[in-house]
Design a protein around this ligand. Structure first.
Ligand code: PA5
Length: 465
């Protein structure tokens, strides 16, 4: 795997307990967890009845990228990928802004893709810089009156056409359903009889949102495929439609994910980024009680991807009073907030750095400060004036890892040579595979989220009571 490398070579190998030998020792268990995950994907694809001990089995995400790419090659314009692109292009042509409604797995992946792959000020830059694509706003991911009102106000102040993409697999999630009503009312005022064309639902093959979409005459309704759970759905229409709307290359995204599938299936344990990641995290949790998984992203573009991963890990493995605590940080920002605790707090953390080795823009030099004919060096930065921000970042990563190593605090690195649709596709698929492998390794079914139902039940009882 050329572009994405997992390198558990930080303090980990100097750490008292875990060593490469021990990682070798769990290789057979990792092999067997991989075999089970592959068998799950086959079982799901065969469409046979899921045995009771495997239920629920939402393994449909695994080969989804392969399937969508094969269908694109075979059916061209009739394929789902081509249809998604066509819908996104149509909506982008009709609308200057699109509100994407959804929560949890129906929201976090799309946001991750926007932050990772689009302009850092995507909504603010002129449309031409966005390639003529619409601004994208996320709502329906909370019940925050001020946030929803603020967005409605913003849309109202612009005399421009806008649209709604609503994403809900069940079609009954209250946060999203309530926002759908609120935004559809406003859309009706803005779009009049064009409302059906400006409203694209992504939902299950049946359910309340499906019924509402039919009743409203939405011409295109995309399906969240059966057997793909919310937090595993980023590479279905759930993430692909918003991504295509933002002008991202969704074929490249899927190709990255497929490359990760191929790697996962064929690479030996010692070279397998998925199995290495699981092995290191699992061993450190088991032998060193490192029950907090810090995903340390360097630079701002991966924060939402980290939050997507927080959900993936927490909802998949946080069951039966087990499951590591995920924590995404963004450095160097959070070195100034959480860094103290990570350096000197409880020894309960494994820190995985996510490092992108290049940037899209020209490196900015610190340079000299010459203003109005005068030179300023009160900040004593002239000796660093030749350094660029990427060089400072590199020094910060090396310096932080060194500081952790000197105190025997375990770190490891996931390295991408660049950040684009291909590498983010690899990364998302890597983390989804790692999560289900770990579930099989520790005997926790990674699918389903029964614990989320408790609050919903109570909230509904209180509201309807
Ligand atoms: O991972 C999950 O399944 C959840 O986070 C769901 O995505 C979330 O609850 C939203 O559900 P729905 O898409 O049915 O509205």
């Amino acid at each position: 795997m050329a572009l994405l490398k997992y390198d558990p070579s930080g303090a980990l190998f100097d750490h008292g307990g875990t060593s490469p030998i021990e990682l070798d020792a769990i290789a057979p268990r990792l092999e067997s967890a991989r075999a089970e995950v592959l068998a799950d994907a086959d079982l799901w694809a065969r469409g046979v009845e899921t045995p009771p001990e495997k239920q629920p089995l939402d393994a449909g995400f695994h080969r989804l990228p392969d399937r969508l790419l094969a269908e694109l090659a075979e059916k061209g314009a009739e394929s789902e990928v081509a249809r998604l692109r066509a819908t996104a292009d149509r909506l982008a042509g009709d609308c200057k802004s699109v509100v994407v409604l959804g929560i949890g797995g129906s929201y976090m992946g799309a946001r991750a893709l926007l932050e990772a792959c689009c302009h850092p000020y995507y909504n603010e830059v002129p449309a031409g810089v966005r390639g003529g694509r619409p601004r994208v706003y996320f709502e329906g991911n909370n019940v925050d009156n001020d946030a929803a009102s603020g967005l409605l106000q913003l849309l109202g102040t612009r005399d421009e056409p806008w649209g709604v993409v609503v994403i809900s697999k069940s079609g009954g999630t209250l946060e999203t359903a309530a926002a759908t009503r609120i935004f559809l009312r406003a859309l009706s005022e803005s779009a009049g009889d064009k409302l059906p064309q400006r409203f694209v639902p992504v939902t299950g093959a049946s359910g309340k949102l499906f019924d509402l979409s039919q009743a409203l005459g939405a011409p295109e309704v995309y399906e969240v495929p059966d057997g793909v759970g919310g937090r595993f759905s980023v590479l279905s229409a759930v993430g692909l439609l918003p991504a295509a709307l933002m002008g991202l290359d969704i074929e490249k995204l899927l190709a990255g994910a497929k490359a990760m599938n191929d790697h996962f299936e064929s690479a030996p344990v010692a070279e397998n980024v998925v199995l290495q990641y699981v092995g290191v995290c699992h061993l450190l949790e088991e032998t060193e009680e490192c029950s907090t998984r810090v995903l340390s992203t360097w630079g701002k573009r991966l924060e939402a991807t980290g939050l997507w991963y927080d959900q993936l890990l927490a909802e998949s493995l946080g069951k039966q009073e087990q499951g590591a605590l995920p924590l995404t940080i963004v450095n160097t920002r959070d070195l100034h907030s959480r860094g103290q605790q990570h350096q000197e707090g409880p020894r309960d953390k494994v820190i995985t750095n996510v490092i992108v080795q290049s940037q899209d823009s020209e490196p900015l030099a610190i340079g000299e400060l010459s203003l109005g004919g005068s030179d300023y060096n009160q900040d004593k930065l002239n000796e660093l004036s030749g350094k660029t921000l990427p060089e400072v970042l590199k020094a910060a990563i090396a310096g932080t890892n060194q500081a952790y190593a000197e105190d025997n605090r375990p770190t490891a690195d996931i390295v991408m040579d660049r950040l684009d649709e291909h590498t983010i596709g690899q990364f998302l698929q890597m983390m989804m595979l790692a999560t289900v492998v770990e579930g099989r390794l520790i005997g926790i079914n990674p699918y389903g989220q029964p614990g989320v139902e408790a609050y919903k039940k109570n909230m509904n009882a209180i509201l309807r009571g």
